[in-house]
Design a protein around this ligand. Sequence first.
Ligand code: SOE
Length: 392
Amino acid sequence: MAAADGARLGVGMVGYSFMGAAHSHAWRTAPRFFDLPLRTEMTAVAGRDPEKVAAAADRLGWQSSETDWRRLLERDDIDLIDICTPGNTHAEIAVAALDAGKHVLCEKPLANSVAEAEQMVAAADRAAQHGVHAMVGFTYRRVPAIQLARQLVADGRLGQIRHVRAQYLQDWLSDASTPLNWRLQKDKAGSGALGDIGAHVVDLTQFITGERLTGVSGMLETFVPERPVATEFSGLSGTAGTETGPVTVDDAAVFFGRMSGGAMASYEATRYANGRKNAIRIEINGSAGSLAFDFEDMNVLHFFDATEPPATAGFRRIVVTEAEHPFVAAWWPPGHGLGYEHAFTHQVVDLVGALAAGEEPAPSFAEGLAVQRVLDAVERSASDKHRWIDLA
Ligand code: SOE
């Protein structure tokens, strides 16, 4: 069992690029703003290049570095492995870590295939018998406005859900000269916009409504099939070389589905929506009301109460920055707002809370697998003339 060593939780992180930096910020910040039930320590970060990983440890606040993630599993001072690497490495690292008795936090999407995700769930089930737990990083669940949206649905304020409408729109690939990187390679990323950002809106709509997608039909598109190969790449940008290489994933995905409560659901995920930077747009219409969210205005939730008199009813703009809202009290005085990075900190807070209580943190690997099945079904549908695929 991953002993928390009294009240201590040693963390070992794999990868230190964009997601690694966001997770490092969260591990650094969580114990400074929240009363955590365990004393978290940023024990070590792993990466292949000795100089780069040592520099990253220094810059991001890790006590030490390793050049092989397996070393993190051998260390007694590490209780939890935080996986921030491309999807093709998730299954191997997560299964080995859980089997070695380490808790796991794994970036989304859980894996590159349903088969890998199933192996990860089996490892998580085995580990749970020894008090070792796993969580998948669908970080946006911890945006306060998203939590409020889920609460409104759970409280019945929307009534019977009829429509679920979700988009995740970015534009960082719409310039055809942006170089190739791992997110555009199927062997590393599994899929393109579908898994990278579509996975988030699938998870968010299921999280907010408390329902599951029961079937889907979809289409995928690759607008720019060939791009210059990057000479170096970090985050979402890099330097283009003279050679070109093939894009082997989708650039955009559009699909529709049926929710378990009967609602009609539609989804769009693209990295070609010029002008849309990180627009996670979710609108839900029910018999008693509607709600609407856009991450580009992430501290706001729009709520329409259909039970109000028609003459004065209208969408209410709720600024989700009050101390009564989830997580907000730990930060700034009311009205001062939170950003992208705060959701990662909240994720750490909830994860550490669950581990201290000996509970399975959410979202579990099983929930990650459920999303993976949706991604897989969309791909199968798209490659078979948009055939309807049932999700048992
Ligand atoms: C790139 O599209 C990306 O970094 C995703 O991989 C993240 O999950 C999302 O939070 C922001 O965009």
